[in-house]
Ligand binder design. Sequence first.
Ligand SMILES: [Zn+2]
Length: 249
Amino acid sequence: MQNPEISPRQIHNAENLPIHGNRPSVSQNRGMSLVAILLLLLAVTSCQDNDPTFRIFEKPIIFDEEREQLSLEYMKVRHGLNPEHAVIDPRMIVVHWTAVYSIEETFDIFNPVRLRGRAELQDAGALNVSAQFLVDRDGSIFRLLPDTTFARHTIGLNYMAIGIENIGGSQAPLTRAQLRANADLITWLAGKYDIEYVIGHHEYQDFQGSDVWKETDPEYLTHKVDPGPDFMKRLRRQLKPLEFKSGPD
Ligand SMILES: [Zn+2]
């Protein structure tokens, strides 16, 4: 989003520029280069002023009694847990990409309560896949479910993991705005919950056999490539001070 207003800082910068446009001794070239410098300064300051504000847009998917029942069933059958409500105690964040290239199409996939198609997942439970958060390509963050509501997004780890889905995939690499939004969102979540691990979905199988892995069928695994090592490397660079773990102990 472009900010049409010029801030006091920009005006200050403009005033300090040594422009003497009326003096005949200033050559046209020099005049042009000064204009270029002025435009560059305005561009730089306007980028700084346009740093996106961290905000979360609420865009809830259906979470009715049926979805809660299916979530409880999943927690029991897959994770071997018997909680009273389909809530999680978040200790991990799993970053994904959707491999679906629009926010509305993705919403329409996550919104129904029951899984459609995807035979390899249907056998493992009727609960539809989803995630708590969805980040659009411009970095807009949407909350689909409350942070601590159970969502099916990562085998073996859903019971403790908040999922962040990003619009993109191999045909549309995740954007710099999404990187920024993920870093901001994860930092914010870590301020609310005791988050120990931040992983990419492609890394989830590393946890099989560890203390935190809860999946009753050792054969139930799907191969994942999202969001890939490059994005996770850049994200971890931004989150370094928070010292999240990227694998099991
Ligand atoms: Zn994924």
